[in-house]
Write a protein that binds this ligand. Structure first.
Ligand code: F6P
Length: 365
Protein backbone atom coordinates (compact mmCIF):
# COMPACT_ATOMS: atom_id res chain seq x y z
CA UNK A 1 0.00 0.00 0.00
CA UNK A 2 2.85 2.31 0.87
CA UNK A 3 4.23 1.78 -2.63
CA UNK A 4 1.32 3.45 -4.43
CA UNK A 5 0.65 0.49 -6.67
CA UNK A 6 -2.44 0.96 -8.80
CA UNK A 7 -1.95 -1.38 -11.70
CA UNK A 8 -0.03 -4.63 -12.10
CA UNK A 9 0.92 -6.69 -15.17
CA UNK A 10 1.17 -10.47 -15.40
CA UNK A 11 2.91 -12.64 -17.97
CA UNK A 12 3.58 -16.36 -18.45
CA UNK A 13 6.82 -17.46 -20.15
CA UNK A 14 8.37 -20.75 -21.24
CA UNK A 15 6.54 -24.00 -21.89
CA UNK A 16 2.93 -24.38 -20.78
CA UNK A 17 2.51 -26.03 -17.40
CA UNK A 18 -0.52 -27.19 -15.40
CA UNK A 19 -1.36 -24.51 -12.82
CA UNK A 20 -0.49 -21.40 -14.86
CA UNK A 21 -4.16 -20.45 -15.12
CA UNK A 22 -4.69 -21.08 -11.41
CA UNK A 23 -1.86 -18.62 -10.61
CA UNK A 24 -3.30 -16.01 -13.00
CA UNK A 25 -6.70 -16.42 -11.34
CA UNK A 26 -5.33 -16.15 -7.80
CA UNK A 27 -3.19 -13.10 -8.65
CA UNK A 28 -6.15 -11.35 -10.23
CA UNK A 29 -8.63 -12.17 -7.48
CA UNK A 30 -6.30 -11.20 -4.62
CA UNK A 31 -5.22 -8.01 -6.41
CA UNK A 32 -8.77 -6.86 -7.09
CA UNK A 33 -10.63 -8.11 -4.03
CA UNK A 34 -8.07 -7.15 -1.37
CA UNK A 35 -5.91 -4.37 -2.79
CA UNK A 36 -8.07 -2.70 -5.45
CA UNK A 37 -5.33 -2.99 -8.08
CA UNK A 38 -6.13 -3.03 -11.75
CA UNK A 39 -4.64 -6.10 -13.46
CA UNK A 40 -3.61 -6.64 -17.06
CA UNK A 41 -2.05 -9.67 -18.74
CA UNK A 42 0.67 -9.52 -21.38
CA UNK A 43 0.08 -12.04 -24.15
CA UNK A 44 2.70 -14.47 -25.46
CA UNK A 45 5.12 -13.89 -22.57
CA UNK A 46 7.77 -11.21 -22.98
CA UNK A 47 6.77 -10.66 -26.59
CA UNK A 48 3.57 -9.07 -25.30
CA UNK A 49 5.60 -6.75 -23.10
CA UNK A 50 7.65 -5.66 -26.12
CA UNK A 51 4.70 -5.29 -28.48
CA UNK A 52 2.37 -4.05 -25.76
CA UNK A 53 -0.16 -6.81 -26.47
CA UNK A 54 -2.36 -6.83 -23.39
CA UNK A 55 -5.67 -8.16 -22.17
CA UNK A 56 -7.64 -7.11 -19.10
CA UNK A 57 -7.56 -9.54 -16.20
CA UNK A 58 -10.79 -9.11 -14.27
CA UNK A 59 -12.97 -11.26 -12.04
CA UNK A 60 -14.87 -12.13 -15.23
CA UNK A 61 -11.93 -12.95 -17.53
CA UNK A 62 -10.32 -15.27 -14.98
CA UNK A 63 -13.57 -17.06 -14.21
CA UNK A 64 -13.72 -20.81 -14.96
CA UNK A 65 -9.98 -21.29 -15.66
CA UNK A 66 -8.74 -22.81 -12.36
CA UNK A 67 -8.71 -26.43 -13.52
CA UNK A 68 -7.53 -25.86 -17.08
CA UNK A 69 -4.00 -26.59 -18.27
CA UNK A 70 -2.21 -24.12 -20.55
CA UNK A 71 -2.38 -20.36 -20.07
CA UNK A 72 -5.08 -17.91 -21.12
CA UNK A 73 -2.25 -15.41 -21.67
CA UNK A 74 -0.43 -17.72 -24.11
CA UNK A 75 3.28 -18.25 -23.78
CA UNK A 76 6.56 -18.30 -25.65
CA UNK A 77 9.89 -19.85 -24.82
CA UNK A 78 11.79 -17.96 -27.50
CA UNK A 79 11.54 -14.27 -26.64
CA UNK A 80 14.41 -12.96 -24.55
CA UNK A 81 14.04 -9.16 -24.72
CA UNK A 82 17.67 -8.71 -23.70
CA UNK A 83 18.72 -10.61 -26.85
CA UNK A 84 15.75 -10.24 -29.18
CA UNK A 85 15.61 -10.84 -32.91
CA UNK A 86 14.57 -7.70 -34.82
CA UNK A 87 14.77 -6.81 -38.49
CA UNK A 88 17.00 -3.92 -39.50
CA UNK A 89 17.40 -3.03 -43.19
CA UNK A 90 15.96 -6.40 -44.18
CA UNK A 91 18.43 -8.31 -41.98
CA UNK A 92 17.63 -10.13 -38.73
CA UNK A 93 19.83 -8.94 -35.86
CA UNK A 94 19.87 -9.47 -32.10
CA UNK A 95 19.16 -6.42 -29.95
CA UNK A 96 18.48 -5.59 -26.30
CA UNK A 97 14.90 -4.23 -26.49
CA UNK A 98 14.22 -4.27 -22.77
CA UNK A 99 13.94 -0.46 -22.64
CA UNK A 100 11.07 -0.60 -25.14
CA UNK A 101 9.25 -2.99 -22.79
CA UNK A 102 9.90 -0.75 -19.78
CA UNK A 103 8.62 2.28 -21.68
CA UNK A 104 5.50 0.31 -22.67
CA UNK A 105 4.86 -0.49 -19.02
CA UNK A 106 5.30 3.17 -18.08
CA UNK A 107 2.87 4.32 -20.79
CA UNK A 108 0.34 1.65 -19.70
CA UNK A 109 0.69 2.82 -16.08
CA UNK A 110 1.84 -0.65 -14.95
CA UNK A 111 3.58 -0.21 -11.59
CA UNK A 112 4.67 -3.81 -10.95
CA UNK A 113 5.05 -7.02 -12.94
CA UNK A 114 4.42 -10.63 -11.93
CA UNK A 115 6.41 -13.07 -14.08
CA UNK A 116 5.36 -16.72 -14.02
CA UNK A 117 7.96 -19.03 -15.54
CA UNK A 118 10.95 -21.34 -15.28
CA UNK A 119 14.63 -20.56 -15.06
CA UNK A 120 14.92 -18.77 -18.44
CA UNK A 121 11.85 -16.59 -17.92
CA UNK A 122 12.89 -15.76 -14.35
CA UNK A 123 16.41 -14.82 -15.52
CA UNK A 124 14.85 -12.05 -17.59
CA UNK A 125 12.65 -11.12 -14.60
CA UNK A 126 15.82 -10.72 -12.55
CA UNK A 127 17.35 -8.56 -15.30
CA UNK A 128 14.26 -6.33 -15.46
CA UNK A 129 14.53 -6.05 -11.66
CA UNK A 130 18.12 -4.86 -12.09
CA UNK A 131 16.81 -2.11 -14.36
CA UNK A 132 14.42 -0.90 -11.69
CA UNK A 133 11.23 -2.76 -12.66
CA UNK A 134 9.20 -3.79 -9.61
CA UNK A 135 9.08 -7.49 -10.39
CA UNK A 136 7.94 -10.64 -8.56
CA UNK A 137 8.66 -14.17 -9.86
CA UNK A 138 6.51 -17.31 -9.59
CA UNK A 139 8.32 -20.63 -10.29
CA UNK A 140 6.77 -23.12 -12.70
CA UNK A 141 7.99 -26.30 -14.33
CA UNK A 142 6.80 -29.88 -14.51
CA UNK A 143 10.47 -30.86 -14.07
CA UNK A 144 10.58 -29.67 -10.41
CA UNK A 145 14.26 -28.86 -10.88
CA UNK A 146 14.46 -25.41 -9.25
CA UNK A 147 16.54 -25.54 -6.08
CA UNK A 148 15.00 -22.63 -4.21
CA UNK A 149 11.58 -24.19 -3.82
CA UNK A 150 10.51 -27.61 -2.57
CA UNK A 151 7.96 -27.87 -5.36
CA UNK A 152 7.19 -26.04 -8.57
CA UNK A 153 3.56 -26.20 -9.64
CA UNK A 154 2.88 -28.53 -12.57
CA UNK A 155 5.09 -31.31 -11.26
CA UNK A 156 2.35 -33.04 -9.30
CA UNK A 157 0.04 -33.12 -12.33
CA UNK A 158 2.82 -34.53 -14.55
CA UNK A 159 3.59 -37.26 -11.98
CA UNK A 160 -0.13 -38.11 -11.82
CA UNK A 161 -0.40 -38.45 -15.59
CA UNK A 162 2.76 -40.60 -15.77
CA UNK A 163 1.52 -42.79 -12.91
CA UNK A 164 -1.79 -43.36 -14.67
CA UNK A 165 0.11 -44.23 -17.86
CA UNK A 166 2.13 -46.85 -15.92
CA UNK A 167 -1.08 -48.29 -14.47
CA UNK A 168 -2.47 -48.62 -17.99
CA UNK A 169 0.74 -50.10 -19.40
CA UNK A 170 0.57 -52.82 -16.74
CA UNK A 171 -2.56 -54.14 -18.47
CA UNK A 172 -0.79 -54.94 -21.74
CA UNK A 173 2.44 -55.96 -20.01
CA UNK A 174 0.61 -58.58 -17.90
CA UNK A 175 -1.65 -59.80 -20.71
CA UNK A 176 1.15 -60.32 -23.24
CA UNK A 177 4.14 -60.93 -20.98
CA UNK A 178 5.83 -57.91 -22.47
CA UNK A 179 8.53 -55.50 -21.37
CA UNK A 180 6.85 -52.08 -21.47
CA UNK A 181 8.99 -48.95 -21.42
CA UNK A 182 7.54 -45.52 -20.59
CA UNK A 183 9.65 -42.47 -21.46
CA UNK A 184 8.81 -39.39 -19.41
CA UNK A 185 10.00 -35.76 -19.46
CA UNK A 186 12.07 -33.86 -16.91
CA UNK A 187 15.09 -32.56 -18.86
CA UNK A 188 18.21 -33.36 -16.83
CA UNK A 189 16.32 -34.17 -13.64
CA UNK A 190 14.75 -37.51 -12.79
CA UNK A 191 11.96 -36.34 -10.48
CA UNK A 192 9.02 -37.27 -12.74
CA UNK A 193 10.49 -40.72 -13.51
CA UNK A 194 11.32 -41.41 -9.87
CA UNK A 195 7.99 -40.39 -8.33
CA UNK A 196 5.81 -41.87 -11.07
CA UNK A 197 7.96 -44.99 -11.12
CA UNK A 198 7.48 -45.63 -7.41
CA UNK A 199 3.77 -44.68 -7.49
CA UNK A 200 3.12 -46.66 -10.69
CA UNK A 201 4.91 -49.82 -9.50
CA UNK A 202 7.70 -49.78 -12.07
CA UNK A 203 10.33 -52.52 -11.84
CA UNK A 204 13.14 -50.40 -13.25
CA UNK A 205 13.54 -46.61 -13.02
CA UNK A 206 16.24 -44.93 -15.10
CA UNK A 207 17.13 -41.33 -14.20
CA UNK A 208 19.82 -38.88 -15.34
CA UNK A 209 21.37 -38.84 -11.87
CA UNK A 210 22.22 -42.59 -11.96
CA UNK A 211 23.90 -43.86 -15.14
CA UNK A 212 22.55 -47.26 -16.12
CA UNK A 213 24.12 -50.51 -17.31
CA UNK A 214 21.81 -52.35 -19.73
CA UNK A 215 23.03 -55.72 -18.40
CA UNK A 216 21.67 -54.82 -14.95
CA UNK A 217 18.27 -54.18 -16.52
CA UNK A 218 18.41 -57.62 -18.19
CA UNK A 219 19.37 -59.16 -14.82
CA UNK A 220 16.30 -57.56 -13.21
CA UNK A 221 14.00 -58.87 -15.96
CA UNK A 222 15.49 -62.37 -15.60
CA UNK A 223 15.22 -62.26 -11.81
CA UNK A 224 11.52 -61.40 -12.15
CA UNK A 225 11.06 -64.32 -14.54
CA UNK A 226 12.57 -66.69 -11.98
CA UNK A 227 10.02 -65.33 -9.51
CA UNK A 228 7.22 -66.10 -11.98
CA UNK A 229 6.71 -62.47 -13.05
CA UNK A 230 6.60 -62.72 -16.81
CA UNK A 231 6.44 -59.00 -17.58
CA UNK A 232 8.41 -55.92 -16.55
CA UNK A 233 7.73 -52.19 -16.53
CA UNK A 234 10.55 -49.71 -17.09
CA UNK A 235 10.19 -45.94 -16.68
CA UNK A 236 12.98 -43.95 -18.25
CA UNK A 237 13.56 -40.21 -17.88
CA UNK A 238 14.30 -38.45 -21.18
CA UNK A 239 17.66 -37.35 -19.75
CA UNK A 240 18.81 -40.83 -18.63
CA UNK A 241 22.03 -42.16 -20.10
CA UNK A 242 24.09 -45.37 -19.98
CA UNK A 243 27.39 -45.57 -18.12
CA UNK A 244 29.93 -43.67 -20.18
CA UNK A 245 27.30 -42.80 -22.80
CA UNK A 246 25.35 -39.70 -23.63
CA UNK A 247 21.77 -38.43 -23.63
CA UNK A 248 19.56 -38.87 -26.71
CA UNK A 249 18.63 -35.56 -28.35
CA UNK A 250 15.38 -35.46 -30.31
CA UNK A 251 15.53 -31.94 -31.68
CA UNK A 252 17.52 -28.72 -31.68
CA UNK A 253 15.27 -25.67 -31.52
CA UNK A 254 17.75 -23.13 -32.87
CA UNK A 255 15.86 -19.97 -31.90
CA UNK A 256 15.25 -21.12 -28.31
CA UNK A 257 17.55 -19.86 -25.52
CA UNK A 258 17.76 -23.48 -24.35
CA UNK A 259 17.88 -25.24 -27.77
CA UNK A 260 18.35 -28.91 -26.85
CA UNK A 261 15.21 -31.05 -26.64
CA UNK A 262 15.82 -34.47 -25.15
CA UNK A 263 13.91 -37.55 -26.26
CA UNK A 264 14.37 -40.97 -27.84
CA UNK A 265 16.08 -42.89 -25.05
CA UNK A 266 12.97 -45.09 -24.57
CA UNK A 267 12.97 -46.37 -28.14
CA UNK A 268 16.76 -46.73 -28.14
CA UNK A 269 16.56 -48.81 -24.97
CA UNK A 270 13.80 -50.98 -26.50
CA UNK A 271 15.99 -51.59 -29.55
CA UNK A 272 19.08 -52.39 -27.45
CA UNK A 273 17.15 -54.74 -25.15
CA UNK A 274 15.65 -56.71 -28.06
CA UNK A 275 18.91 -58.55 -28.62
CA UNK A 276 19.47 -59.26 -24.94
CA UNK A 277 16.08 -60.43 -23.69
CA UNK A 278 14.50 -63.65 -24.88
CA UNK A 279 10.81 -64.59 -24.88
CA UNK A 280 9.46 -61.05 -24.57
CA UNK A 281 8.32 -58.39 -26.98
CA UNK A 282 9.49 -54.97 -25.94
CA UNK A 283 7.42 -51.83 -26.56
CA UNK A 284 8.02 -48.20 -25.78
CA UNK A 285 5.50 -45.44 -25.12
CA UNK A 286 6.69 -41.82 -25.13
CA UNK A 287 4.37 -39.75 -22.96
CA UNK A 288 5.59 -36.33 -24.18
CA UNK A 289 3.43 -33.26 -23.81
CA UNK A 290 0.48 -35.28 -22.49
CA UNK A 291 2.24 -34.78 -19.13
CA UNK A 292 1.67 -31.03 -19.39
CA UNK A 293 -1.86 -30.92 -20.78
CA UNK A 294 -5.42 -31.31 -19.59
CA UNK A 295 -6.77 -31.04 -16.10
CA UNK A 296 -4.56 -29.62 -13.32
CA UNK A 297 -4.31 -31.75 -10.15
CA UNK A 298 -5.81 -30.43 -6.92
CA UNK A 299 -2.30 -30.23 -5.36
CA UNK A 300 -1.14 -27.98 -8.20
CA UNK A 301 -4.31 -25.87 -8.08
CA UNK A 302 -3.71 -25.34 -4.36
CA UNK A 303 0.01 -24.56 -4.75
CA UNK A 304 -0.64 -22.23 -7.70
CA UNK A 305 -3.30 -20.40 -5.73
CA UNK A 306 -0.95 -20.00 -2.76
CA UNK A 307 1.82 -18.71 -5.05
CA UNK A 308 -0.52 -16.29 -6.82
CA UNK A 309 -1.86 -14.85 -3.58
CA UNK A 310 1.66 -14.59 -2.12
CA UNK A 311 2.99 -12.80 -5.21
CA UNK A 312 0.43 -10.01 -4.81
CA UNK A 313 1.03 -9.83 -1.05
CA UNK A 314 4.75 -9.33 -1.80
CA UNK A 315 3.90 -6.43 -4.10
CA UNK A 316 1.83 -4.84 -1.37
CA UNK A 317 4.71 -5.35 1.09
CA UNK A 318 7.14 -3.72 -1.38
CA UNK A 319 9.34 -6.83 -1.47
CA UNK A 320 10.28 -6.51 -5.12
CA UNK A 321 12.88 -8.63 -6.91
CA UNK A 322 11.76 -11.78 -5.10
CA UNK A 323 10.36 -15.14 -6.20
CA UNK A 324 7.71 -16.95 -4.16
CA UNK A 325 8.76 -20.42 -2.92
CA UNK A 326 7.49 -23.37 -0.94
CA UNK A 327 9.75 -24.32 1.96
CA UNK A 328 8.64 -27.17 4.20
CA UNK A 329 5.00 -26.59 3.22
CA UNK A 330 5.21 -22.89 4.11
CA UNK A 331 5.07 -20.16 1.51
CA UNK A 332 8.23 -18.07 1.60
CA UNK A 333 10.26 -16.02 -0.85
CA UNK A 334 13.85 -15.75 -2.08
CA UNK A 335 15.61 -13.01 -4.03
CA UNK A 336 15.80 -13.63 -7.79
CA UNK A 337 19.51 -12.73 -7.65
CA UNK A 338 20.07 -15.81 -5.49
CA UNK A 339 17.88 -18.39 -7.20
CA UNK A 340 18.68 -18.20 -10.93
CA UNK A 341 20.62 -21.16 -12.29
CA UNK A 342 20.34 -23.02 -9.01
CA UNK A 343 19.02 -26.40 -10.11
CA UNK A 344 17.82 -29.31 -8.02
CA UNK A 345 18.48 -32.93 -8.97
CA UNK A 346 17.55 -36.26 -7.45
CA UNK A 347 20.10 -37.25 -4.82
CA UNK A 348 21.25 -40.78 -5.78
CA UNK A 349 21.80 -41.47 -2.08
CA UNK A 350 18.71 -39.64 -0.89
CA UNK A 351 15.66 -40.97 0.89
CA UNK A 352 13.44 -41.34 -2.21
CA UNK A 353 15.98 -43.47 -4.07
CA UNK A 354 16.52 -45.54 -0.92
CA UNK A 355 12.76 -46.07 -0.60
CA UNK A 356 12.57 -47.24 -4.20
CA UNK A 357 15.52 -49.60 -3.75
CA UNK A 358 14.05 -50.89 -0.47
CA UNK A 359 10.98 -52.17 -2.31
CA UNK A 360 13.09 -53.86 -4.97
CA UNK A 361 13.10 -51.30 -7.76
CA UNK A 362 16.24 -51.38 -9.89
CA UNK A 363 17.96 -48.21 -11.13
CA UNK A 364 19.92 -50.22 -13.67
CA UNK A 365 23.12 -49.83 -11.68
O1 F6P B 1 10.69 -28.04 -18.97
C1 F6P B 1 9.49 -28.66 -19.25
C2 F6P B 1 9.63 -29.61 -20.41
O2 F6P B 1 8.37 -30.22 -20.66
C3 F6P B 1 10.72 -30.66 -20.25
O3 F6P B 1 10.36 -31.71 -19.40
C4 F6P B 1 10.95 -31.06 -21.68
O4 F6P B 1 12.25 -31.57 -21.87
C5 F6P B 1 10.78 -29.76 -22.43
O5 F6P B 1 10.01 -28.91 -21.59
C6 F6P B 1 10.09 -29.90 -23.76
O6 F6P B 1 10.14 -28.68 -24.40
P1 F6P B 1 9.14 -28.31 -25.60
O7 F6P B 1 7.80 -28.06 -25.02
O8 F6P B 1 9.74 -27.10 -26.20
O9 F6P B 1 9.09 -29.48 -26.51
Amino acid sequence: MAHQIKKIGVLTGGGDCPGLNAVIRAVTRNAILNYGYEVIGYRFGYRGLYKNETMPLTLETVSGIQHKGGTILYSSNKDNLFDYTVEENGIEVKRDVSDVAIENMRKEGVDALIVIGGDGTLTSARDFGRKGVKVIGVPKTIDNDLASTDFTFGFNTAVGVATEALDRLHTTAESHHRIMILEVMGRNAGWIALESGVSGSADVILIPEIEFDINKIVEKIEQREREGKLFSIIVVAEGAKPVGGDVVVSKIVTDSPDPIRLGGIGNKLAYDLEGLVENHEIRCTVLGHIQRGGITSSFDRMLSTRYGVAAVDLIDAGKFGNMVCLTGNKISYAHLENVIGDTKNVNPNGELVKVARAIGISFGD
